[in-house]
Ligand binder design. Structure first.
Ligand SMILES: Cc1ncc(COP(=O)(O)O)c(C=O)c1O
Length: 482
């Protein structure tokens, strides 16, 4: 994305791509939106696409693909074993990450399943900068526990820290001293830390984590699902990396890690995933599970067409014009909302714009899920679908007690190269309207609550008739507008 100075002085993010395939969208009236969100039990995962105007639920599997990716998909080589398409991906992984072994899996959480089954034992600990929902679930399913050692600024919604995803090295040393290195399954670093607002870590921090891992003989596992955004932030925010190429930063991060896994629904802009390592021992242990859970070693549950697209997508990730689009659009949205007084996570991160529901809806107690309520309200206000990233995304403890999230965020993901600036302006407008009418929004309570990963398919109802009040106010303020 070009940082072009406009003669008018306006700061406009300018796309370095053109749109050649489009998908028609529908914007249904607010009365239909009311019915749709009620049918969905106030869970935006359960809405149907036909009722959604701007789908900001996730960046997973929904990034725009390039002409080169689509072209590559046409010449895929399909076979159960030994496909040339797989060899292309294996070679690309070797070229970018310099790892000897690559295992394909159908998506990121499949990699987590395999890594957790191989390395997590009952009672073991996995220190990490911050958890991701599926990661934590897999570690716990295998009897392990997680320890989040993010720097203090990581949990401050507003900060000027450029790398809020860094792991606190002092806390890591203290944990090792307390639990013993032998009880640590591996150290996990998540690039572009998802649940705290897509916040990056620095390259320097990973060098320091590596030094501690070397000192105590620990494995370092890098979750590189959000690597594209993080690479951009290292290049632009880390003084020592300004003159490094994106390829060189990728290579150093990889050299510092023992195992890298990723969701190719995010990294590579297609649908799939993978694990790579240079450790033959780790590879051999994981290999059997790939054939058991995913498929043979030359497809791992992915379609060959997707494998072709991932290969090209990974290569395109090395292009700064490509990886800057997301962060610069997000920065535009975050700055514009902040300017109009809406509480957002700062500094702007990758993945999406994050609204701070605790500050947006201070009158809704955390036990009534402010981030979930905000997701429901914003869908009503603008047919914009976001994702709750707060207490609903946690799970109850073993005694059934609610685990209150560190942050109550509504994530508005900006899938890469998907939305236009006018669509962003529309979303900003509806968020600002909602903020002005925030007193009307109430809480939610579960009516159907699954035990595991309840945010995916749980259902909730409103604690009062606040939905209808919001609809009436919308009509009063905006007349017959959609
Ligand atoms: C950091 C991180 N790790 C792992 C995953 C899981 O990947 P997938 O959705 O492909 O299973 C995600 C997905 O959002 C993620 O953001």
């Amino acid at each position: 994305m070009a940082r072009v100075t406009f003669y008018s002085g306006e700061a406009v993010p300018l796309e370095m791509h053109k749109v050649r395939i489009v998908q028609k969208l529908a914007l249904v009236p607010i009365e239909r939106r009311l019915a749709a969100i009620s049918e969905a039990g106030n869970n935006t995962f359960l809405l149907k696409n036909r009722d959604i105007f701007l789908d900001m639920l996730t960046d997973s599997g929904v990034n725009a693909m390039s002409d080169k990716q689509l072209a590559a998909m046409m010449e895929s080589d399909d076979s159960y074993a030994g496909s040339a398409t797989f060899t292309k991906l294996e070679n690309k992984i070797k070229e970018l990450f310099n790892k000897d072994y690559f295992l394909p899996v159908h998506q990121g959480r499949a990699a987590e399943n395999i890594i957790a089954r191989v390395f997590v034992t009952p009672g073991s600990v996995v220190p990490m900068n911050y958890h991701f929902t599926t990661t934590k679930a897999h570690i716990m399913l295998n009897g392990g526990v997680i320890e989040e050692l993010i720097v203090d600024e990581g949990l401050q919604v507003n900060s000027t820290h450029p790398f809020k995803g860094d792991l606190n090295i002092t806390k890591l040393r203290a944990l090792i001293a307390q639990r013993g290195a032998g009880n640590i399954a591996f150290v996990r670093i998540e690039t572009g830390t998802n649940l705290i607002g897509g916040q990056p870590h620095s390259l320097e921090n990973i060098r320091q984590v590596r030094a501690v891992c070397d000192e105590f003989g620990l494995l370092l596992v890098l979750d590189a699902s959000l690597l594209a955004d993080n690479l951009y932030f290292i290049k632009t925010r880390e003084a020592g990396c300004k003159d490094m190429s994106i390829r060189a930063i990728t290579r150093e991060l990889s050299d510092l890690s023992d195992i890298i896994y990723f969701s190719a629904r995010k990294l590579g802009c297609a649908r799939g995933g993978g694990i790579c390592t240079s450790s033959k021992d780790a590879f051999m242990k994981m290999r059997e599970l790939v054939t058991l859970y995913e498929g043979f070693l030359t497809y791992g549950g992915m379609s060959v067409r997707e494998i072709e697209a991932i290969t090209v997508g990974l290569d395109e990730t090395m292009d700064e014009d490509m990886i800057s689009q997301g962060p610069i659009f997000i920065e535009y949205m975050v700055n514009e909302l902040a300017r109009q007084g809406v509480p957002v996570v700062t500094p702007a991160g990758g993945l999406g714009c994050h609204l701070n529901a605790l500050q947006f809806l201070p009158h809704v107690p955390q036990t009534q899920y402010p981030a979930g309520a905000l997701a429901s309200a914003l869908y009503l206000a603008g047919s914009v679908r976001g994702m709750e990233r707060g207490t609903i995304s946690e799970q109850r403890d073993e005694n059934g007690k609610e685990t209150l999230a560190n942050m109550e965020l509504l994530r508005l993901a900006l899938p890469r190269r998907v939305f236009t600036l006018s669509q962003l302006k529309y979303a900003i407008d509806r968020i600002v309207w909602l903020y002005k009418n925030r007193d009307l929004v109430g809480g939610l309570v579960f009516v159907e609550e699954p035990k595991l990963l309840r945010f995916f398919f749980g259902k909730l109802k409103t604690t009062s008739d606040w939905h209808s009040k919001l609809v009436a106010k919308f009509r009063a303020d905006l007349g017959d507008s959609l």
